[in-house]
Design a protein. Sequence first.
Length: 148
Amino acid sequence: MAGFHFQGTSALALDAKGRFSVPARHREMLAIVPEDRPTLTLTRHPDGCLMVFPRAVWEDFRVRIASLPLSASGWKRLLLGSAMEVELDSASRVLVSPELRAAAALDRQVLLIGMGNHLELWDVQRHSAAEAALLQQPMPAQLQDFSF
């Protein structure tokens, strides 16, 4: 999937059924998926949000996670055990299950953040708190010589 990447942040709202509409710019990226209706996989992220993968990207990620040693079984359980496949509906909406909404503390207002080969779905307040905590930490060594 060369040249395939998501970037940017979109402020969205979950409807009463727990669905969000995929922004048009991301729908275009999902159009490269060969199915008529793109299939996405949603799963938990250790930082408290959800990861949203196009099917082909998920398959590669799933294989990598499944190959982890027994010592990582807790992480495998978190990532693979909470994974759910969903199809975009005819209005390009994604239904987030009640279990995943609870795990990520998703309320009505959410952020969909492009992270390269996948998206992250964050509760607005949880994201603000995580970002504030991040900015209180020193810059990682990997970024100290990076030119902005």
